[in-house]
Design a binder for this molecule. Structure first.
Ligand code: SF4
Length: 124
């Protein structure tokens, strides 16, 4: 990235930095995100954040890939019927079907006889 202090917006694009928190795990480290024309160009730790004091892990530093990687998941996938785990055989399904499956499994595990098997975790 060019030094935005030595170039105009028309040469480099509009560069701005926003302070926010990383949502890639429950720690919620403070980060500074540099954008050019609204696109993320760089992520670094926020030195003023009381929790992480500038330090971010490799996962947090690579958060840009979560936004722009062509390999990121953008639609729900369901393992094809009969496919082995790890075989990477999936079919795209609708969001309605995905939420329906989650709801079905949630109700199954919240039945009294299955509650001991339920564990809830929220991660980005
Ligand atoms: S920087 Fe790493 S440890 Fe911090 S919130 Fe992001 S993923 Fe979690």
């Amino acid at each position: 990235m060019q030094d935005s202090t030595k170039h105009t917006d028309s040469e480099t694009g509009r560069v701005e930095t926003k302070e926010t928190t990383c949502y890639m795990c429950a720690s919620r480290c403070g980060i500074r995100v540099t954008l050019r024309d609204g696109e993320i160009r760089h992520i670094e730790g926020n030195p003023n954040h009381p929790l992480n004091k500038r330090v971010v892990c490799a996962k947090g530093s690579s958060g840009i890939l979560k936004q722009y990687s062509p390999a990121r998941l953008t639609r729900p996938l369901l393992r094809e019927s009969g496919a082995e785990r790890g075989s990477s055989e999936f079919e795209e399904i609708s969001w309605a079907k995905a939420f329906g499956l989650v709801e079905e499994r949630y109700h199954f595990f919240t039945e009294a006889r299955h509650r001991q098997n339920l564990y809830y975790q929220s991660m980005a």
